[in-house]
Write a protein that binds this ligand. Sequence first.
Ligand code: UDP
Ligand code: MG
Length: 311
Amino acid sequence: MDKRLLSVIVPCFNEEANIAYFYDELMKNEQFFESKDLELELIYVDDGSKDQTVGEVKKLRDKDERVRLVSFSRNFGKEAAIYAGFVKAKGDYAVIMDADLQDPPSLLPEMFGYIEEGYDSVATRRVSRKGEPPIRSFFARRFYRLMNKISHADIVDGARDYRLMTRQVVDAILSLGEYNRFSKGIFGWVGFNTKWIEYENIERLKGETKWNFWGLFLYSLEGIVAFSTMPLALASILGVVFCFMAFILILFILIRSLFWHDPTPGWQSLTCIISLVSGVQLLCLGIVGQYLSKTYMEVKNRPKYLIKEEI
Ligand code: UDP
Ligand code: MG
């Protein structure tokens, strides 16, 4: 059998404590890789870390030629790191794994088995959210529900970015050149035969998660704007509903003053109506603004990342 290449893409942002552990853990599969005639290429994408992440990767590189490093000029976000990893990957297969060992490398043999069975991509989802604040889990669930109602992206609750895929899928993902990247949506959008495997949530090895509640909230908005135009339709629908209500109200007042010569009392109700309607208007303006700002960023066509160093 011909040798095949597997690219392991590891986005890292301030992960100095985890780099070596991750490497050791991955290498526990060495025998498996050999038995399958799989060669390895380890692409560490340093997303502008402020700690010794780059140094740690270089140490690995000194003892293992298969280690590659792509280091960004600043923090561009995990999405950019994933994209850079795909661009740099030469493998017949590629897999994305977090550096904090929340994506257990021990699952790789099973995942690869499914690829050999003919699946194009093997995705993972965690079935529990152990170790996560309950409020975060609650909003995450609502988000996934909503996303699947309003978009075609087919996003699975608890899906991780830990995915093994064939070259064909990697090329498909690269063909989506958008600036505002929402990988969970992109993976679903490109389609292909995907096998889902499940595992219990594992808490990160060392260091802290880069996500706080507000960050996740903004990220979810990003996902919605990137994969659905439903909010725009909602803005129009609200507009129509309020016009209709206003029309009825005008008729009502007109008829009342024409036939019954009733003065229209109640400035309080008027104030309420004005505040409500202007609130809705601002909301809709905000929705349009969201899309406009995303379009603005796309039109600028800036690079998704800048490389400072590459080995
Ligand atoms: N990460 C990154 N850039 C960022 C934030 C995170 O490359 O701006 C990496 C991080 O080093 C880790 C992975 O993305 O390998 C997942 O990050 P984290 O563990 O903070 O997220 P969580 O697992 O809590 O979703
Ligand atoms: Mg993590």
